[in-house]
Design a protein. Structure first.
Length: 119
């Protein structure tokens, strides 16, 4: 349920950031991904707090980080308590990871293109 609520907020390309749901990556399936900035979002329910799961999650996160992905984990209860706030934070992070030379980044106040670069 938290994933469905969050997807409603992320699927419309907020601030020009495209998110994908149930994204396959290196043998795993991430809840959400923003491929442009190599950001993965995992929504963790209570099962992620039990037995061996935290160690498995850490191992998975390390493997994905080694492959160039940034993994952010959000508790399901936090999504349920404030889905708009969670979505806003995710989008803000994605935007902050976008290269400054990206046209949308310039529209958000990034530096102008250097001489000879397309605007």
């Amino acid at each position: 349920m938290p994933e469905v609520l969050l997807w409603r907020e992320l699927k419309g390309k907020p601030l020009g950031m495209k998110f994908r749901r149930q994204f396959p990556v290196h043998g795993y399936v991430a809840d959400f991904a923003c491929v442009e900035v190599r950001l993965l979002i995992e929504i963790d329910g209570i099962v992620h707090e039990t037995s061996e799961r935290p160690m498995e999650d850490a191992k998975r996160d390390a493997l994905l980080a080694d492959k160039g992905w940034r993994v952010v984990r959000i508790l399901a209860k936090d999504v349920l308590a404030g889905v708009a706030q969670c979505a806003s934070s995710i989008v803000a992070l994605a935007v902050s990871l976008r290269p400054l030379h990206h046209p949308a980044a310039r529209a958000l106040g990034g530096p102008p293109p250097r001489s000879g670069e397309d605007s």
